[in-house]
Design a binder for this molecule. Structure first.
Ligand SMILES: Nc1nc2c(ncn2[C@@H]2O[C@H](COP(=O)(O)OP(=O)(O)O)[C@@H](O)[C@H]2O)c(=O)[nH]1
Ligand SMILES: [Mg+2]
Length: 455
């Protein structure tokens, strides 16, 4: 190494960086995942499936100021205190992109270990809403196409009537801002209601996750039916739709998405199954849409932004697996894999490795066999949000994923074999020993897949 290299090394300027993107639809578990992953990389007692933690080559981990001054910092300390403090509770939802830098000191193994000293690797973790990836679909649509598509999809979704009523009452002869705000508010309410009822595909993504754009004109438009498009309102909304694409969607892909090396996509598959066949089908479609973002060579503008950069590994993780006894985990993983199969087959990931897994970022339950109507059922036990303890059997997931995915695709209203229950467990009171991070399920395997080859 020359003097300049030594200097660079000393300053840490030439240390390698991995940017790990963490995404998923709202409530998929991004905040809990990042908090627990970082805590478990700082205290590695529960990370045996992460090879570098088990064999000791990962010497140290510490948090550092992040390199991007304009991106909010992921509030790790507050989230961890919420989950593992004296009164454990879930962290609050976040509504924008955020970032955290974790630095790792590594002793290289094998042949190079002898002549190369310890190395520092920075892991930049970027948390961003999956809804923002869904906006990709807007990019190659014009306002009329997008409007037709959304209004068509809206049929039968909850909360749509109010928006339709607002449309019917909209003035046709002039544009005024307060009228636009009434429409946009009604449309946004519909998206919230639909989302809360288990629908995944709710665009534009910023309407649900406005961040700093809340209330701005770029978010004050709605889809319009053909008869309203040739009005003053129609022309202004079409203009704002264009501005949303060029000023909001495109910069996100350029400034954040394009720089990601490794990606985890979190999915609340159990939540969708609980919500019913339509929610499962909707999640399948939303994930297929999200996956197109990782398929280079489609939209020209995205290919241009990405250049030769590629995401190298993508993990699809079904979260909250602690709601199931481990006997059912392989089934959850199979369902998750099957849900993505078509999209994965269609997408050419240009050599990116992909994997599906069932995980719990924060394990809230213990396993227990309960006896019900003369049958032994593999269940879980945890603390409910009101503080009571309960054992819980969610129902048996089918061994063959098609038993869920086919009726979902065919538009069934309910599951044939009865419903799948879900319970809201609170984080368990902390039993952490020194050197251990928060309890989890397969978070160490997730980490091994995502960064194990680099550390
Ligand atoms: N039981 C359990 N619940 C989880 C887990 N991760 C997330 N959750 C639940 O999912 C909710 C949303 O998680 P959060 O990380 O805030 O989702 P985000 O919107 O994707 O950031 C939490 O408030 C918890 O109720 C987990 O590992 N186990
Ligand atoms: Mg969050």
């Amino acid at each position: 190494m020359g003097i300049a290299d030594d200097l660079m090394q000393g300053l840490g300027l030439s240390d390698p960086v991995i940017r790990l993107g963490v995404t998923g639809l709202s409530r998929a578990g991004k905040t809990v995942f990042i908090t627990s992953l970082v805590a478990n990389l700082l205290d590695r007692g529960r990370m045996t499936a992460l090879r570098a933690a088990a064999d000791g080559s990962l010497k140290a981990a510490w948090l550092q100021p992040q390199p991007d001054d304009t991106v909010p910092r992921f509030d790790f300390e507050r989230h961890l205190a919420a989950m593992t403090g004296p009164d454990p509770h879930w962290p609050e939802g976040t509504r924008h992109v955020s970032q955290l830098r974790l630095s790792l000191r590594i002793q290289p193994r094998g042949l190079i270990a002898g002549w190369r000293g310890q190395q520092v690797l920075h892991l930049d973790i970027v948390d961003y809403p999956g809804e923002w990836l869904l906006d990709l679909r807007l990019m190659d649509r014009d306002f009329a196409q997008w409007s037709d598509e959304v209004l068509d999809r809206m049929q039968g979704r909850p909360g749509a009537d109010d928006f339709r009523a607002a449309l019917a009452a909209a003035p046709r002869d002039r544009f005024d801002e307060s009228g636009a705000q009434v429409l946009a508010a009604a449309y946004t309410r519909h998206l919230h209601v639909a989302r809360d009822a288990g629908w995944s595909d709710c665009t534009p993504g910023r309407f649900l996750m406005p961040g700093e754009l809340e209330g701005s004109p770029a978010l004050t438009f709605t889809p319009l039916p053909a008869e309203l498009r040739d009005t003053a309102t129609g022309r202004e909304f079409a203009r704002r739709f264009g501005a949303y694409k060029s000023r909001v969607v495109r910069p996100f892909f350029r400034d954040h998405f394009a720089r990601i090396d490794r990606q985890v996509v979190l999915m609340d598959v159990l939540g969708a199954i609980h919500a019913g066949p339509q929610a499962v089908e909707d999640m399948r479609r939303a994930m297929a849409d999200i996956l197109t973002a990782f398929r280079p060579g489609r939209a020209g503008w995205l290919a241009q932004i990405l250049g030769t950069r590629r995401v190298e590994r993508i993990l699809f993780a079904a979260t909250k697996a602690d709601h199931l006894h481990h006997l059912q985990h392989p089934r959850l993983t199979a369902i998750t894999g099957a849900m993505l199969r078509e999209a994965r087959d269609r997408a050419d990931f240009s050599g990116a490795r992909t994997e599906a897994m069932s995980i719990a970022s924060l394990r809230t339950t213990t396993e227990e066999v309960i006896r019900q109507e003369g049958e032994d059922l593999p269940a879980v036990r945890g603390t409910l949000m009101d503080g009571r303890q309960a054992a819980f059997y969610p129902g048996e997931l089918p061994e063959n994923p098609a038993e869920l995915l086919v009726p979902a695709k065919e538009g069934a209203a309910n599951w044939l074999g009865g419903d799948y229950a879900i319970m809201d467990f609170a984080p368990a009171a902390s039993t952490m020993r020194a050197g251990d991070g928060p309890p989890h399920i397969r978070l160490d395997r997730a980490a091994e897949f995502l960064i194990g080859d680099q550390i």
